[in-house]
Design a protein around this ligand. Sequence first.
Ligand SMILES: N[C@@H](CCOP(=O)(O)O)C(=O)O
Length: 438
Amino acid sequence: MLLYSTKNKNNQASLQEAVMKGLPDDNGLYMPEHIPQLDPEFIQNLANYSFLDIAHEVCTTLFGDTIPEADLRIILENSMDFPAPVVKLDDQKYVLELFHGPSLAFKDFGARFMAQLMSYFNRGETKELTILVATSGDTGGAVAAGFYKTPGIRVIILYPSGKVSMLQEKQLTTLGHNISALEINGTFDDCQAMVKQAFLDSELTQKIRLSSANSINIARLIPQSFYYFEAYKQLPQSGDPIVFCVPSGNFGNLTAGLLAAKMGLPVHRFIAATNANDVVPVYISDGTYQPRPSLRTLSNAMDVGNPSNFARMLDLYLGTDERSTWNNIKNMVSGYAFDDAETAKVMQLVDQKYQYTLDPHGAVGYLALDAYQQEHPNTRGIILETAHPAKFIDDVEEILGHKIEIPERLAELADREKKADYLEAEYGKLKAWLLEHS
Ligand SMILES: N[C@@H](CCOP(=O)(O)O)C(=O)O
């Protein structure tokens, strides 16, 4: 398997190079040089395959013989060890629950697969690998859990101070061992920009082996495509067009769905659901892309003002000029944005109507699917429920006006001691910290 940089198709890398470097030197993003189709017979018979089989088929189709069969099985068995069930709300609306992993967010699929793959590629290396990761809430906890105590790899998580929930913060600041947290006086976009700058700093990279664990790393993105097939498999067949509604921040999850579609997933359309951080819905509506500083919202993991994976969306649907690229994207993706008041109101509605607790991110997804289905009534939609509602327990209980269940592994975090170093949002501060702690 070969990958190229979205900034220059001649800048190519093997899977191992792409995964271990995270980002190409030209600050583009890695994309597979060729996106192969899954065997149509396999797709027709998805119901006969387990989630693990599906993941295996997607990987072997993409990777070819890059990783020996037996090694790939082990990587997948160690990472895809929890389910992704589809729950029916009504005949038109279904929820794909992606929060049954260790950190109770969809990022567990990507983070665990990536940790396994990196350890595999890192065998025999003597120099420690440092993973830098920026989080607006959920990535940090998943990466911390995925890489915890992984030999030869340490993880440094940058998160925006005061902009993640109390339990999200505990997930990424309380593990210790090879996991460190930096609390940044800024936004998620500041954290992400600092991380990206570190990768481009040759003085630093000569001293420290760096890689990324955000969805800018292709190893995070690929496993996120597995569950689209898994969800499609679980949906009762009816012949109505199927749409996936994806609550979106950095747009890795939606891009993984587009990858699945390119590989043959029979999906009619994707719906990009955002909170007030709506740069992609605005692009879909008028063709202008204007990144701007992120705003704080209830659905904090989606508080991203300059989504990294937008570059991959453009690459996947590249036309002959900007207008045709925009048209290509519009033909596959609809966009909707909602504010916090609408999000809270729909959480109450879904709680009362279906006795189902949505988290604020899933609620934005519900709103977007509902808006789309008002215009396209004969469709069936799957909302990606990206995180367990208990991760946002204070907001959720206040909005719903009643207690919700909290999983044991989350509840026990509340009393753990937070350990994080506080830094201003300046690249120089991060560089100095890294050099001091290398
Ligand atoms: N929503 C994210 C932001 C980072 O996104 P990623 O998918 O690129 O890691 C978060 O929860 O941190």
